[in-house]
Write a protein that binds this ligand. Structure first.
Ligand code: BES
Ligand code: ZN
Ligand code: ZN
Length: 509
């Protein structure tokens, strides 16, 4: 789908369909686009509003025929909701909703009024970016295993964003460019996370990462089992030993060797399938555990975006990848591992495997002497219980980083909610026989997961730890229901959030 920016009046556009947003109880100005359009259509829109068939509620969609009154064959009215509740993510939502409707009814070229006399308070850049994101995220489909493709798949060929007075053409162009990079990177991550475990085991995930690196100019390095043994990445190897699929440790690096720029390490959990291991999970919904690679998939997507956006930072992606299966050599509850950091871990549950592989990744981050470390993982079912599906859990050791993430969450539409990480929680993961144990009991499961990870952060001078934030995406990485701009399945969560965070982090200098 091509997205173009044009100056002009929306009602005159030579396209198949026009998309027009309307607030609830909106008062029309006499010269505004909606009034002009309504006049041309002989009062059809006013009729719809009067009869209550269209109220302007957020994401409400009604399609009207134009029967030759204007060049476009259809007008899609889309509700923008209450004016005082309108936020940047509303743009993504109405964009996704109306793009889907246009596709459903087979429109090939559509125009939408981006800036006229309507929406105030957002820059043209952020609006066009959000609109592009919503549209491109909404047309994503995971249908590679369907031998009969849906025929609406060809979809919209051109989407025109109309800037009525032409005051923001350049800004809009830039917004669309950025929005496209971000949305396509999120879709890339969704594609990885959606892949079944037989199709995308760790070796293939590493291949995909390497291919991407080559395509967008990232440095890459992949550690195989031999290298992992040499390095003594025993926590990652411990999880891997229950499966016949060999593990990989994937490293992607952007702006390698650029010493002057801030260095950020991003680590993502990539369990290509989580059966729980010997602490076997119940079989119900176990098939969904292919998305336990969502954290690692997001990091690969983020690295793509970072490279294409040319962000002025030194960014490293670390992706430990393995299956978690209960094979004959599998890790057992009670086993003790000596991690890459040298710290010993008593295994209580083999199902708390994400923190094991991330422990090695976090300690390995020390090699890059990062200014900040961020990790992202489908780490705990407890996070789904605590926050449901509308917020990613965030915990960390640095107020500044957490504040940046909260802001980036609002802007990107991938919101985060903080849980406390007080030292009192460390009590729960004390082991009788090792330095730490991998489970802290039922209470505060998300927090004790993060408390475990914290132990593996690199030490800085003066006993301080590297500034760090942990994102638990167990509740946000997968959608069971269709949303306004995200379909069922993997959401690519973390890509939009982390890219926005990195943009802001770079800006802050
Ligand atoms: N991958 C799971 C967490 C998960 C659960 C993600 C549901 C998405 C949806 C993780 O490896 C896990 O099994 N965690 C355990 C930890 C427990 C044993 C401390 C959990 O949440 O039950
Ligand atoms: Zn698990
Ligand atoms: Zn897991």
């Amino acid at each position: 789908m091509d997205i173009k920016i044009k100056k002009g009046c929306i009602e005159k556009q030579d396209v198949d369909g026009i998309i027009l947003g309307m607030f609830e109880k909106e008062k029309w100005k006499s010269k505004s686009a909606i009034t002009r359009l309504d006049n041309l259509l002989g009062g059809l829109i006013k009729d719809m509003v009067k009869s209550g068939e269209f109220k302007g509620k957020i994401n409400e969609v009604v399609t009207l025929p134009t029967r030759g009154d204007i060049p476009a064959r259809r007008v899609i009215l889309v509700g923008l909701g209450k004016k005082n509740e309108f936020k940047l993510d509303s743009i993504r939502q109405v964009s996704g909703k109306s793009t889907n409707e246009a596709r459903r009814i087979g429109l090939k070229r559509v125009a939408v009024l981006l800036t006229g006399d309507g929406i105030k308070g957002f820059s043209v850049n952020s609006m066009s970016r959000a609109y592009a994101e919503g549209a491109l995220l909404s047309i994503y489909k995971f249908d590679r295993y369907k031998t009969e493709k849906d025929d609406t798949q060809d979809g919209i060929k051109e989407l025109w964003l109309i800037d009525e007075y032409g005051r923001g053409l350049e800004e809009a162009k830039d917004g669309v460019k950025v929005g496209r990079i971000i949305a396509e990177s999120a879709n890339f991550a969704r594609d990885l996370a959606n892949q079944p475990a037989n199709e995308l085991p760790p070796v293939k995930l590493a291949d995909a990462a390497r291919r991407l690196a080559r395509e967008c100019g990232l440095a890459s390095m992949i550690f195989d089992e031999r290298k992992l043994k040499k390095l003594k990445m025993n926590a990652l190897l411990g999880v891997a030993q229950g499966s016949d699929e060999p593990p990989r440790f994937i490293i992607l690096e952007y702006n390698k060797g650029e010493k002057k720029k801030g260095t950020v390490v991003l680590a993502g959990k990539a369990i290509t399938f989580d059966s729980g291991g010997i602490s076997l999970k119940p079989s119900e919904k176990m098939e969904e555990m292919k998305y336990d690679k969502s954290g690692g998939s997001a990091i690969i997507g983020v690295m793509r975006a970072v490279a294409l956006l040319r962000l002025p930072l030194h960014v490293i992606g670390l992706i430990p990848a393995t299956e978690n299966l209960p094979g004959g050599s599998a890790l057992k509850p009670g086993d003790v591992l000596k991690s890459f950091s040298g710290k010993t871990i008593e295994i209580i549950s083999t199902d708390a495997e994400g923190r094991l592989i991330l422990a090695d990744a976090l300690s390995y981050a020390d090699r890059f002497k990062p200014d900040a470390i961020i990790d992202i993982a489908t780490l705990t079912g407890a996070c789904v219980i605590a926050l449901g599906h509308n917020a990613t859990g965030i915990l960390g050791n640095d107020e500044g980083l957490l504040a940046l993430f909260k802001e980036a969450g609002e802007r990107s539409g991938e919101r985060v909610w903080e849980l406390p990480l007080w030292k009192e929680y460390d009590e729960q993961i004390k082991s009788d026989i090792a330095d730490v144990k991998n489970v802290g009991g039922r209470p505060a499961g998300t927090i004790t997961g993060a408390a475990f990870l914290k132990k593996f952060l690199p030490d800085l001078a003066g006993g301080r730890k590297t500034p760090w934030a942990h994102l638990d995406i167990a509740g946000t990485a997968w959608k069971e229901k269709e949303g306004p701009y995200l379909s069922k399945g993997a959401t690519g969560v973390g890509v939009r959030l982390l890219v926005q965070f990195l943009m802001d982090y770079a800006d802050k200098g």
